[in-house]
Design a protein around this ligand. Structure first.
Ligand SMILES: [Zn+2]
Length: 230
């Protein structure tokens, strides 16, 4: 099986993953060394902006309880049976805003009324989509582990706090500027406000989260209201 032969742990230095015991919901692999769990989503076409996932309520509950597994998304090519692309999203990189509720299944379906969810890849910061295979070329494990270690400080935040931090990180990345100003960051206010309609204090929240990102080592304050992404 491709996974057991090619996958490895990014959380520790284990060069292999084991298949999880049968009936382990939403977990496909386990690291034999550090017990990290991994969920595999594979498909024969490139991943777009959404990944179809399990029950909506379960996913929200898992994010709040900090129990999501690392997600491995794998795109394979059928004629060659080759893994073309694969990336990993660490468990601490999921925020509630990245989870989209799907319409309930029709009354004619076997599980009528069941509500699934999609993971919105556009709401996950690019830093937290770690490439494992790109166009058939595997990433060097050392550099994949390095990228994992870079975002790992996010793990220290409480899950209910992490959402804002991830959203702000994702949005400042979307500016496509290594150095940006507070005014640039404020242009993200409408998008953040649409993600959290109940919150009317988006600007103070942006400033607060820029400090959190600085404290986590993902951002540097270079003075005069300028910020530098690492
Ligand atoms: Zn491990």
């Amino acid at each position: 099986m491709w996974g057991t032969q090619n996958l490895y742990c990014l959380n520790c230095d284990s060069d292999e993953l084991s298949c999880s015991p049968p009936n382990t919901a939403a977990v496909d692999y386990i690291c034999p060394k550090c017990d990290s769990s991994f969920q595999l989503k594979s498909q024969s076409r490139l991943f777009g902006t959404r990944i179809n996932d399990a029950a909506y309520a379960t996913m929200l509950q898992k994010i709040r309880a900090d129990e999501t597994p690392d997600l491995i998304a794998l795109h394979y090519d059928v004629p060659n049976w080759r893994v073309e692309n694969a990336f990993l999203v660490p468990r601490f990189a999921f925020s509630i805003s990245a989870i989209e509720k799907r319409p309930p299944l029709a009354s004619t379906a076997r599980r009528a009324g069941w509500v699934g969810c999609n993971i919105l890849l556009t709401e996950i910061p690019p830093d937290a989509r770690i490439p494992l295979v790109t166009n058939g070329e595997p990433t060097n494990p050392a550099s994949a582990r390095k990228q994992y270690a870079k975002v790992r400080p996010l793990e220290k935040l409480k899950p209910e706090m992490r959402g804002w931090t991830l959203d702000v990180l994702n949005l400042v990345r979307s500016l496509h500027k290594q150095t940006f100003t507070l005014a640039d960051a404020y242009t993200l206010e409408p998008h953040l406000a649409s993600l959290r309609p109940a919150n009317r204090h988006v600007r103070p929240k942006i400033r607060q989260q820029l400090q959190v990102l600085r404290d986590l080592g993902l951002l540097r304050f270079i003075g005069d209201g300028h910020y530098h992404l690492r």
